[in-house]
Ligand binder design. Sequence first.
Ligand code: UDP
Length: 398
Amino acid sequence: MSRLDDYKEVAPKGSIDFLKRLADKIEGKGILHINSTKLGGGVAEILRSLVPLLEDVGLKARWEVISGNEEFFSATKGFHNALQGQEQRISPGMLRTYQEVNRGNAQSLSFDSDFVIIHDPQPAALIDYRSSKSKWIWRCHIDISRPQWKVWNFLRQFVVKYDAAIFSLPRFAQRLPIPQFLIYPSIDPLSDKNRDLSAAEQEEILSRLNISTDKPILLQVSRFDRFKDPLGVIQAYRLVKRHHDVQLVLAGGGATDDPEGEVVLSEVREAARDDPDIRILLLPPDAHMEINALQRAATIVLQKSLREGFGLTVAEAMWKGKPVIGGFVGGITVQLVYGVTGFTVNSVEGAAFRIHYLLDNSEIMAKMGEDAREYVRRNFLITRHLGDYLALMNFFGN
Ligand code: UDP
C-alpha cells in the first residue's frame, strides 16, 4: 500500500483513485521543485509533503534548494516586501547580487527533469540557464497584485521566459504573455503538523512549552514579520482582556531566507513586556508537533495579516476544528467564509470585536470549527493540490 492510500481516511471520497488516474499518462516523468529554504515558511511546508507524494504516484520527483549569502537573502527579502507593495529601496548592487547568486546556483544544480517548478522570486532568475527540453513553470506564492513597479519590472523580465506561471489567487495574477494557472496551496493532514495527537502527546508538549490551559488561549502562529501584524494582535488582545480573562500565545520562528525576524521579534517583546498572560514562543523551524499541539489547545486562532500569500496557518487551525479570525487579505479571504468557517477583519477593533463575539457564543464557535474542518477537507488538502499539479503536467502533454 502506498503512502497515498493512507489519505483515503481523510480526503474526500474517491479522490485518491482519481489521483491515480490523473497520474497514469505522465508516469515516469521528472518534476523538479526549486525554492530557497528547506525549513520555515509555507513553501517548504508544502514541498516536504508534496514531493514524496509525487514519487508515490509514479513520477520522478526532486526538491532542490538554492544557496545564498546574507546579502542575497536581504536583497530578496527587499524584493519580497516591494512585490507585496511595501516601499523599499532596491539598489543596483542588490539586483547584481541577485543575478550573480542565481548564476552560481545554476552552475551547481542539475535541471535535468521534464518539469522544473521554480518557487517565488528568489530562484526565478535560474530561467536564464534553462534547456529547451524541460517545461519551466514559475510558482508565485506571494501577493504581487500591487507591487512596487520597478521591482516587478525587473522580475518580470525573467518571468516571461517561463512556459507558465502559477498564482495562489486570481487577483494575484499579473498581465503576462504566458499561460497562468490558479492553484490554491494546501496542508498535509497526516504530517506531524496536522495529524491527530493523543491526549498524552498533547499534554506532554504543552507542559514542556509551559502552556497552561486554565485560561482561554488566543493563538497566532507566524514568522515574526510585519506583514503578519503581531503588534496588532497584541493590541486586539488588550481590548479583549478588558472583558475576558484570556491569554495570548504568539508562536513563531524564523525562516532561513528571512533576515528581518530579529527586529520584529524585539518590537513584539517590547510591546508584550510586563504582561504575564502574553507568551512569546520562539520555536525552532522543525517544531511541527509543538505547533500542532498549540493549535489544538487554542480557543480561537488569529492570523491578523496585513498582506498574505495564502496563509497556511489558517487552514492548519481550521483543520483542527478551530474558529479563525484573520485579516481580510490574500488567501485568508478564500479560506474564511465570513461567519461560516471564520471571520475576516480589517482592523484591530474588528479582530477584538469578533474575539469577544466568539468567546460569548461557545456553540457558534464549535459549529464554526466543524464547518471549517469540512471546508479544508474539500478544498485545501495536499491531495487536491497534488491533483492540480498532475492536471497541469497533463496539460503540457505526455
Ligand atoms: N510555521 C512554523 N514555525 C513557525 C512559524 C510558522 O512551522 O515558527 C509554519 C506554519 O505552521 C505554516 C508555515 O510555517 O505551516 C507558514 O505558512 P504561511 O502560509 O502561514 O506563511 P508564510 O510564512 O509562508 O508567509
